[in-house]
Write a protein of this length. Structure first.
Length: 369
C-alpha cells in the first residue's frame, strides 16, 4: 500500500503546496541559483581546515550555544561595511538566512498572526510563514517591479500584518528598494499594529547603493537580515545572520533550538570572515559581469530589469518556460521563477556568461528569421 502526503494528517495550509527548490541538472553551465561561481581561494580552504581541526578536538562537547565569537566578528564586519556601528548584542546568527526568517516568524508570527511581502519576491518568505502557521498576504508591486509606496502602505493599513518583509535587492527581479520607501513602510507598519519590519539584504554586497543597516538606529521593530551564501561564496556553509535592537536578539533566542549552530559551522564561518577582503574582490568581479549581462542582453533586444544583485531578470516572453527549455538545450541552465514572461540568470564567470549570451543570441536570431 502506497501512502501519499494527502493520506497523512498534514496541516490544511500545507496541502497542495510544493517544496521550495530549483532544478539540479548536470549541464555545462549552471546559472540558476545565484551562487557565487568562484571556488574559495586555497589559503581560505587551508584556514577552514585548521579551524575545523581545532573544533574537532572538542566535538564531544556541545558548541558555544550563543556563538559569541562568531557574532562578534559578524558585528565587526557589519560595522566596517554597513555604515553603522553594531555590537554582539545587535547580532544573531543561524543556519542560513532562511532559519533567521523562520525564527523571526516563530517569534513574531504564528497562528492567528499575519505577514505580508510584496510579490514577486523571495518565495521562501511565504513558505516559511505558512510553515510557522502565519497567514501570508501577497502585497502589490508595480508593473516595473518596484514597490508602489501608496499601494503598499494602503495594504499594510488594511491588513495590519504582524510582520512586513521588504527584500532589497529584490529576488527574483534584482531591483533595490530605497531607504525612503523602507521608512515609509516602517511608519505605516507602526501606525497599524505596530509590526516587525524585516529588510532582507541577502544580496546587498552586490548593490550599487548602500546597506540599509543604519536604519535600525532608533527603530526597535526593524530587522536587517543577511547571508554568507552569496558575497562570501559560502552557499554550502548555510550561515545567515540578522542585525537589530538587542531586544530582538533576545526575543529570537526564545525559539531557537539548543546549540543550533554546530562547532564546525562556527569555525568555518570564522575562517571565512578572516578572508573578507579577498572574498569581496570576487564580488567586484561579479558586479562587473552582472552589468555586462544587463548591457549585452539589452543590446541583443531583450527587456532587462535594473539589477543591484548578482543576477539579472530578462524577458519578455510569451512562453517563458519554453524559452527556458531552449536555453537549457544549449547547455545553459537559468531559472524559471514563475514570473509571467520573465527568466532569471545568475552572473557567472566570464566564460559561463559568454556561453549564456551566445545561447540567447541564437534564440533571438531564430525568432527574427
Amino acid at each position: 500500500m502506497t501512502i501519499r502526503i494527502d493520506d497523512l494528517p498534514v496541516r490544511d495550509e500545507l496541502r497542495g503546496k510544493s517544496p521550495y527548490g530549483a532544478p539540479q541538472l548536470d549541464v555545462p553551465v549552471r546559472l540558476n541559483t545565484n551562487e557565487n561561481p568562484y571556488s574559495l581561494p586555497e589559503p581560505l580552504v587551508e584556514r577552514i581546515a585548521e579551524r575545523v581541526r581545532e573544533a574537532a578536538r572538542d566535538l564531544n562537547r556541545y558548541p558555544d550555544r550563543d556563538a559569541v565569537e562568531l557574532r562578534t566578528e559578524l558585528a565587526r564586519y557589519l560595522t566596517r561595511t554597513g555604515g553603522h556601528e553594531v555590537t554582539l548584542a545587535n547580532v544573531w546568527a543561524a543556519n542560513g538566512s532562511n532559519e533567521v526568517i523562520q525564527q523571526l516568524l516563530q517569534t513574531f508570527g504564528g497562528p492567528g498572526r499575519t505577514a505580508i511581502g510584496f510579490e514577486p519576491s523571495y518565495s521562501m518568505h511565504g513558505l516559511i510563514a505558512r510553515g510557522t502557521g502565519t497567514s501570508w498576504i501577497s502585497g502589490p508591486r508595480g508593473d516595473d517591479f518596484t514597490i508602489d509606496v501608496e499601494a503598499a502602505t494602503k495594504a499594510i493599513a488594511e491588513n495590519q500584518p504582524d510582520v512586513v518583509f521588504i527584500t532589497t535587492p529584490n529576488n527574483p527581479t534584482g531591483n533595490a528598494v530605497s531607504a525612503e520607501t523602507v521608512l515609509a513602510l516602517y511608519e505605516a507598519a507602526q501606525a497599524a499594529k505596530p509590526s516587525m519590519v524585516v529588510v532582507d539584504e541577502a544580496y546587498v554586497e552586490f548593490s550599487h547603493g548602500d546597506s540599509l543597516l543604519p536604519l535600525i538606529e532608533g527603530r526597535p521593530h526593524l530587522v536587517v537580515s543577511r547571508t554568507m551564501s552569496k558575497a562570501f561564496g559560502a552557499a554550502g556553509l548555510r550561515l545567515g545572520y540578522l542585525a537589530a535592537a538587542p531586544a530582538v536578539v533576545d526575543a529570537v533566542q526564545l525559539v531557537r533550538l539548543p546549540y543550533h549552530l554546530s562547532a564546525v559551522t562556527q569555525a568555518t564561518a570564522l575562517a571565512a570572515l578572516e578572508h573578507t577582503d579577498t572574498l569581496l574582490k570576487y564580488v567586484e568581479q561579479l558586479k562587473a559581469e552582472r552589468d555586462r549581462l544587463v548591457t549585452e542582453l539589452r543590446a541583443i533586444g531583450y527587456e532587462v530589469t535594473d539589477s543591484d544583485a548578482n543576477f539579472v531578470q530578462f524577458g519578455r516572453f510569451e512562453d517563458a518556460h519554453t524559452v527556458w527549455q531552449r536555453i537549457l538545450d544549449r547547455g545553459v541552465l537559468v531559472r524559471d521563477n514563475g514570473v509571467p514572461g520573465w527568466l532569471r540568470v545568475s552572473a557567472g564567470t566570464p566564460e559561463e556568461n559568454d556561453a549564456f549570451l551566445d545561447a540567447v543570441r541564437e534564440l533571438k536570431k531564430e525568432q527574427q528569421a
